[in-house]
Design a protein around this ligand. Structure first.
Ligand code: SF4
Length: 485
């Protein structure tokens, strides 16, 4: 999972993407990068590195990012490595200068690499699956360099790409001297939104993973990109849209549960409102279980909205019993295990005065490996809780995700091949409630979703699990610690 943003029609577009990347930092903390293009000097400028946005860009590096068109990326590595050649944006120089970023995963990577090598004599240098999107775009454009108009040629190239490359991806690209483009995979699994701002009698445009980017940049949110849609904005700021495939959208349900910022919306469904809905529905499930509780508390931060509305429905006090230390982010840089363990402990500290002698209903967005949940339950008991119940806004996660969220493979998932009672025993809670899938869909307000990690119904064919796992990198980066464990 990553954050992507692209801008055209603004002076110093590259510099403006710096604040925009802060609005997408929660989508990836392993690395950040910006590529800008200067139409006047016909030059690209690229700055990217490992680390958080504020670590990567110095004022000197920012000043290099000249031009009125730019793309920016925050990286969360699930495939590839955290080596520098895998960082985005990536760039190719033929048949046009093309720079690209993406959010998602390709699931038939080997097949496409093989096609590119044997059929097109093109070689990849990174482990990043973005590189094959880049090559496929270049191959398609190169085959028709001298025919039709460029937007038409790009549409044909991306149509071929969508047919050949399977997976979940939302991508933004720069075409030197021509303009900015963006497209989504045929199922629309990953979000991509379009914003605009009046610029004379035209508009400047911004593509982004989340809506709050537009607010920060002074743009209005206009609409979502549709699954299988390509949008190109040329250098005269004319917008060209092509619907290249016709499939029912299957957006990732986990965006609403955990990944997206509370301020954004997608498919007309505001994330914060959805989280409030999930809390209300979860309250009914808790009532049905007959839990007797003194207070409702969130596991910070994502589950606050759900815990709030759940408390309202149950007419119980809402309390913060766990405080997240916002400064303990990067415990992976500490080598000594003992110190590292202390840092992990400090990430969440108990508020003893609110816990002692209380029956607590803890609300979490999801339970993946269960290790964090088990640790929190122990923490509350040690702090004097009389009872600890746990309610999750996500149904049990029983299958891996191959589309860009770093859920572990089957065995490591706490709910894999287990009943809810067995999971409750492992977590040592006094009661456990998962939101059923149908009720989750009701809370989101959409019936067609990707929920493969819950029900195993994968919208895109996946190569074998073994294959995908061999493509997973092996990092200790802080991006991983942001996935609920
Ligand atoms: S498998 Fe789960 S996390 Fe992955 S895209 Fe589908 S719903 Fe989202």
């Amino acid at each position: 999972m990553c954050g992507v943003v692209g801008l055209i029609g603004e002076d110093k577009a590259g510099e403006k993407l710096y604040p925009a990347l802060f609005a997408l930092q929660h989508r990836g903390q392993d690395a950040a990068g910006i590529l800008s293009y200067d139409f006047e000097r016909t030059q690209f400028h690229l700055e990217k590195d490992l680390g958080l946005v504020e670590d990567v860009f110095s004022p000197e590096r920012m000043q290099q990012l000249k031009g009125s068109m730019a793309i920016g990326h925050t990286r969360y590595s699930t495939i590839g490595t955290v080596d520098k050649e895998d960082l985005q944006p990536l760039f190719l120089s033929y048949p046009y200068g093309i720079g690209m970023i993406h959010n998602g995963n390709v699931t038939n990577y080997d097949e496409v690499v093989d096609y590119l090598r044997k059929g097109k004599l093109r070689w990849t240098f990174s482990h990043n699956d973005l590189e094959i999107l880049l090559h496929m775009t270049a191959v398609g454009l190169g085959a028709r360099k001298d025919s039709q108009s460029l937007p038409q040629n790009l549409a044909v190239a991306i149509k071929e790409l969508l047919e050949k490359v399977q997976g979940a991806y939302s991508a933004i690209g720069i075409l030197a001297d021509h303009g900015l483009f963006a497209f989504c995979d045929s199922n629309g699994i990953r979000p991509l939104l379009l914003g605009r701002k009046k610029n004379g009698d035209k508009y400047s445009y911004c593509f982004a993973s989340e809506k709050q980017v537009f607010f920060g940049l002074g743009y209005e949110y206009w609409r979502d990109l549709r699954p299988g849609e390509l949008v190109m904005v040329d250098k005269e700021l004319n917008l060209h849209s092509f619907q290249l495939t016709e499939k029912k959208p299957r957006p990732c349900m986990f965006e609403w549960i955990y990944f997206a910022g509370s301020e954004t919306e997608w498919h007309g469904r505001p994330v914060y409102e959805v989280r409030l809905n999930l809390g209300k529905i979860l309250a009914e499930e808790c009532k049905a279980k007959g839990f007797e509780v003194d207070l409702v508390a969130p596991v910070p931060d994502t589950s606050r909205a759900a815990a709030c509305s759940l408390a309202e429905v149950l007419r119980k006090p809402y309390r913060e019993v766990l405080i997240k230390n916002r400064y303990v982010q990067r415990s992976f840089i500490i080598n000594q295990p003992e110190l590292r363990k202390m840092m992990v402990n400090l990430k969440l500290s108990p508020v003893q005065s609110e816990i002692r002698g209380k029956k607590i209903l803890l609300v979490d967005d999801s339970i993946v490996r269960g290790t964090t949940s088990a640790r929190i339950v122990r923490l509350l008991r040690e702090a004097g809780a009389e009872k600890v119940y746990l309610a999750s806004t996500c149904p049990p996660i029983r299958h891996p995700c191959f589309y860009g969220i770093d859920f572990p493979d089957g065995e490591s998932l706490v709910a894999h091949q287990k009943t809810e009672d067995e999971v409750a025993k492992i977590l040592e809670v006094d009661g456990l409630v998962f939101l059923p899938l149908e009720r989750l869909k009701e809370g989101i307000g959409l019936s067609s979703l990707c929920s493969a990690c819950v029900d195993g119904d994968y919208p895109v064919p996946v190569a074998t699990e073994k294959f995908m796992n061999t493509r997973k990198h092996n990092i200790g980066g802080n991006g991983k610690s942001e996935v609920p464990l």
